[in-house]
Design a protein around this ligand. Structure first.
Ligand SMILES: NC(=O)c1ccc[n+]([C@@H]2O[C@H](COP(=O)([O-])OP(=O)(O)OC[C@H]3O[C@@H](n4cnc5c(N)ncnc54)[C@H](OP(=O)(O)O)[C@@H]3O)[C@@H](O)[C@H]2O)c1
Length: 241
């Protein structure tokens, strides 16, 4: 088994996921670049390696059972275990998303990737994470999934988002359930919001850089053994549910 810390980041070919991979690579970790498109994945791996990171490609479509099972096999064969899983892959499902007119396809797409995809990947990787001394799982959520923020008249809540926001609320709820089941293990699992980041996801309207957005995930990926679990965090601290 490798002495290095082994991480897997889903949706790591671009945006925040790429920068999470770069951030973990900069720590000297071996980072699996989970991505569904061969060309985009290999380009990201090459770029990370050129920057000095130890990166390896992991073909991975989080919506596909066989792809996720194959990804777990690849990590097992290569490293024998997994230390850190960052569930970063996400989609909006397509905008606009006014509740009264949203397409069912948009809701389905958001939930399939942002919630079911996370469950699918996590459950495939848990056996490998259990072999780690300090396993961590980070779920990339969003403060638009915070019901407290969405209902706070003083908070900027963004556009109506009947598919994407509820999918992140559910992801938060799922994160809590995992933390409850795993409370007596060394696995720490938390949800993170990167802030409003300029990426493809929002047509590059965000105000933060992907590197800034990646910071909270890197922090939660490197929590000490007595760190929190079942929480929801942004750079400034705890996010209310
Ligand atoms: N940007 C923001 O302001 C913001 C705010 C809060 C939370 N977030 C969250 O941060 C995460 C990263 O978003 P981003 O802004 O970096 O978006 P992005 O640039 O659009 O990147 C999304 C990544 O997810 C991948 N992906 C989508 N569906 C996938 C699937 N079925 N299987 C595998 N990979 C898949 C994409 O791969 P392809 O290139 O193949 O499409 C891409 O690598 C998401 O979970 C998002 O919800 C973003």
């Amino acid at each position: 088994m490798s002495e290095k810390t082994i991480a897997l980041v889903t949706g790591a070919n671009k945006g925040i996921g790429y920068e999470i991979a770069a951030g973990l690579g900069a720590l000297g970790w071996s980072v699996g670049v989970g991505a569904r498109d061969d060309e985009r994945r290999e380009a990201a791996v090459e770029k990370l390696r050129a920057g000095g990171a130890e990166a390896f490609g992991v073909p991975l479509d989080v919506t596909d059972d066989a792809s996720v099972a194959a990804a777990a096999e690849l990590v097992e064969e290569r490293h024998g275990r997994l230390d850190v899983l960052v569930n970063n892959a996400g989609v909006t499902g397509g905008m606009p998303q006014n509740p009264t007119t949203v397409s069912i396809a948009a809701v389905r797409a958001a939930v399939e990737t942002n919630v079911i995809g996370v469950i699918r990947v996590t459950n495939a990787m848990v056996p490998l994470l259990r072999r780690s001394a300090s396993p961590r799982i980070v779920n990339m959520s969003s403060t638009v999934g915070s019901l407290a923020r969405q209902t706070d008249p003083g908070t900027e809540t963004g556009p109506l988002s009947a598919a994407y926001s509820p999918s992140k609320s559910m992801l938060n709820a799922v994160t809590v359930q995992y933390a409850k089941e795993l409370h007596d293990t060394s696995i720490l699992i938390n949800a993170a919001c990167p802030g409003y980041v300029a990426t493809d996801l929002n047509g590059f309207q965000g105000v933060r850089t992907p590197e800034q957005g990646a910071a909270i995930a890197v922090r939660l990926a490197t929590l000490p053994d007595d760190g929190p679990t079942g929480g929801f965090f942004e750079d400034a601290g705890v996010v209310p549910w």
